[in-house]
Design a protein around this ligand. Structure first.
Ligand code: ATP
Ligand code: MG
Length: 393
């Protein structure tokens, strides 16, 4: 069957009142953005509290559904058969043909759900339900009505046109990106941080990202992997400005100046400081990391506290209490996993100590930092030489 249009269902919880318009308008523009990558022309419109996507040319159905499946805020995607109102008899014929094509095996139950949004239609919704139900039963001897738990809800919406639909394909849920500010994601090449970015973005937050690399200790391929990850999540998050920070000088300086077992914590504190500066410069309200309690030495409760100590902005760690497997499951779902497990060196692992502190003492850490007399200049230099890579535009 060729569907000319889609009805977009969205969760309305929490979007009553004035915010509703912001939510809907943002959803419309995010849908339009996602469809720009799909072959075909579409119009996206909002009428009477519903959002429709209409194909204005030939288009690829699977690609379209896939693109819509990446737009946060969409709860369900309903492929529509839209027909002109050419009288009720003709409608019955069209509905029967629709059911015949959609469900080759008629051993099933259904229930008609009519909605009369155009009040001058000569029948009310109960009558439409009954008469269409009868027409379908008459056409297919194997089919049954079940008003409580039908296999299929056959929706008939009488508007200017008449919409017929019975399939609701799941959307990704969440809230449209752009309805909830902006966050700076610390994106490494690992499994966790892309998932963290996806999760926060799902709540409507736009994402920018920062990646710390340490050439020549980390390669261009390690950097490309991060660009690839940003590209993959940008299908959900929308365009990402990836800030690539050259961290080599800072890393070497800490390595030469401070006890090696403190290196990871000190490095992470400077990462957070730089990330926060970039976040402020780019209008972000929060930092986002893929940290998870106990995963590695730098993610014990004490280490997390020591890292957090340098931040004044809220730091969101959406996978903080997730088991690795739960993170992996999401990474597979959003298709970052295969890229994340490519074996490239990471700037955190290169200088890593044999026995890093797992319970850093904040006073000792702060004291070590007083020895880093030239680090402020290095931080400025790192900020001045940031490379910005635009992804997903
Ligand atoms: P991930 O899988 O996200 O790399 P991880 O388990 O390897 O996480 P760490 O290396 O300790 O954990 O990093 C914790 C978090 O710090 C990451 O999730 C990420 O948000 C941030 N981070 C670590 N290294 C970098 C980096 N090189 N550039 C940007 N952010 C980083
Ligand atoms: Mg990592």
């Amino acid at each position: 069957m060729v569907f000319q249009a889609f009805l977009i269902k969205y969760a309305e919880i929490g979007i009553k009142g004035r915010n509703r318009y912001v939510f809907e308008d943002m959803l419309v523009s995010q849908i339009a953005r996602a469809l720009r990558a799909v072959e075909g022309r579409f119009s996206v419109s909002k009428t009477q509290g519903r959002i429709y996507v209409k194909a204005e040319s030939d288009y690829d159905y699977d690609e379209t559904v896939d693109a819509l499946g990446h737009v946060f805020g969409i709860a369900g995607i309903c492929p529509l058969l839209q027909v002109e109102d050419s009288g009720f008899e003709e409608l019955c014929r069209q509905v029967v043909a629709y059911m015949d094509e959609m469900y080759p095996d008629k051993h099933m139950t259904f229930k008609v759900m009519a909605r009369r949004a155009r009040k001058n239609y000569p029948m009310d919704s109960n009558e439409i339900n009954r008469q269409i139900g009868e027409a379908v039963l008459e056409a297919f001897p194997d089919i049954r009505v079940d008003v409580h738990q039908p296999d299929v809800y056959l929706n008939i919406e009488v508007r200017e046109m008449i919409n017929i639909y019975s399939e609701i394909l799941p959307g990704p849920g969440g809230m449209p990106v752009g309805t909830n500010g902006k966050g700076m994601l610390l994106l490494s090449g690992g499994i966790d941080s892309p998932v963290a970015g996806y999760m926060v973005s799902k709540r409507g937050v736009r994402i920018d990202a920062v990646y710390f690399h340490a050439p020549p200790y980390t390669s261009d391929r390690a950097k490309q992997k991060v660009v690839d990850l940003a590209q993959i999540i940008s299908r959900y998050t929308g365009p990402i400005h990836l800030h690539v920070v050259n961290f080599t000088e800072i890393q070497l300086y800490i390595y030469e100046t401070c006890p090696h077992e403190e290196l990871t914590i000190l490095m992470r504190r400077y990462m957070m400081r730089i990330a926060e500066r970039l976040a402020k410069e780019n209008g972000c309200q929060a930092l986002i990391t893929g940290e998870s309690i106990g995963q590695v030495a730098s993610q014990t409760m004490q280490s997390l506290a020591a890292t957090n100590d340098v931040c004044t902005m809220p730091v969101f760690r959406p996978v903080i209490a997730f088991d690795k497997q739960d993170i992996v499951d999401i990474a597979k779902k959003i298709k970052t996993f295969e890229t994340s497990i490519q074996p490239f060196e990471d700037c955190c692992t290169i200088f890593v100590a044999k026995h890093p502190v797992t319970k850093p003492n904040l006073n000792i850490i702060r004291h070590s930092e007083t020895k880093l007399t030239q680090i402020d200049e290095m931080v400025e230099r790192a900020l001045q030489t940031v490379e910005v890579i635009r992804v997903g535009e």
